[in-house]
Design a protein around this ligand. Structure first.
Ligand code: E4P
Length: 223
């Protein structure tokens, strides 16, 4: 399963990219707006941290077919390894179909149903991104929607990965790992929640305390 960071905060990316096996970075217009930087500058800063080989997913703001195509051409010219995120509206789907035909790498986003995910995959999107927590927030079942989508994509052997997005807690991520989701994008706080446990910290402190009681401070295993 791919683990992607859902943020445009370069300090968080720097910190987590050093520690964790990160497979990419996703942004959306809200995430970019929070950083108060020019889009192109932000993508370049992220690129400098993660390197050319790590994929970045960046979203169009246009909503009309012709404009989406133009913007997708611009975004995909920024760097080699970039996925253009396009919301699955009817105009967006039309653009996904055309751009995929032209060989562009597309991440279909803002997906709320397995049907939408299936249609975007069939239109040629490399990734389809269902919004787990936003589905939960409208009394839907985000985990179940993603489970359905993964099984549809796998059953019909579509050349698309399900990139589950919009998480509010680490348990939602765990549930999706159990159903074999291909990829998840998580904000920094959830990446940290997956990594840290207070009892790990407590155990380490106890190991050091016991060691120092016996051998004194500053003594290493090689002494
Ligand atoms: C990522 O691709 C999505 O845009 C993002 O996960 C949406 O998350 P949110 O629902 O927390 O805004």
């Amino acid at each position: 399963m791919e683990l992607i960071l859902d943020t445009g905060n370069v300090n968080e990316i720097k910190e987590l990219y050093t520690i964790l096996p990160i497979d990419g970075v996703t942004t959306n217009p809200t995430i970019v707006a929070k950083e108060k930087k020019k889009f192109i500058e932000l993508i370049k800063e992220i690129n400098d941290i993660v390197g050319e080989e790590t994929p970045i997913h960046a979203q169009v703001i246009s909503t009309k077919y012709e404009e989406i195509i133009k913007e997708a051409d611009f975004i995909s010219s920024i760097r080699e390894n970039i996925y253009v995120k396009i919301p699955v509206t009817s105009e967006g789907l039309r653009a996904i179909k055309e751009l995929s035909k032209r060989g562009k790498k597309i991440t279909a986003t803002a997906i709320f149903t397995a049907h939408q995910g299936f249609l975007a995959a069939k239109a040629g999107a490399a990734y389809v991104a269902p919004y787990v927590n936003r589905i939960d927030n409208i009394s839907g079942d985000g985990v179940n929607t993603v489970r359905d989508l993964v099984s549809i994509i796998d059953r019909y052997n579509l050349n698309t990965k399900v990139l589950a997005a919009s998480f509010k807690n680490a348990q939602q991520v765990l549930e999706l790992m159990k159903v074999g989701v291909h990829s998840v994008t998580v904000p920094p706080d959830i990446a940290k929640a997956m990594m840290n446990h207070p009892l790990t910290e407590w155990s380490v402190n106890k190991f050091i305390e016991d060691w120092e009681d016996a051998f004194g401070g500053g003594i290493k295993t090689w002494d």
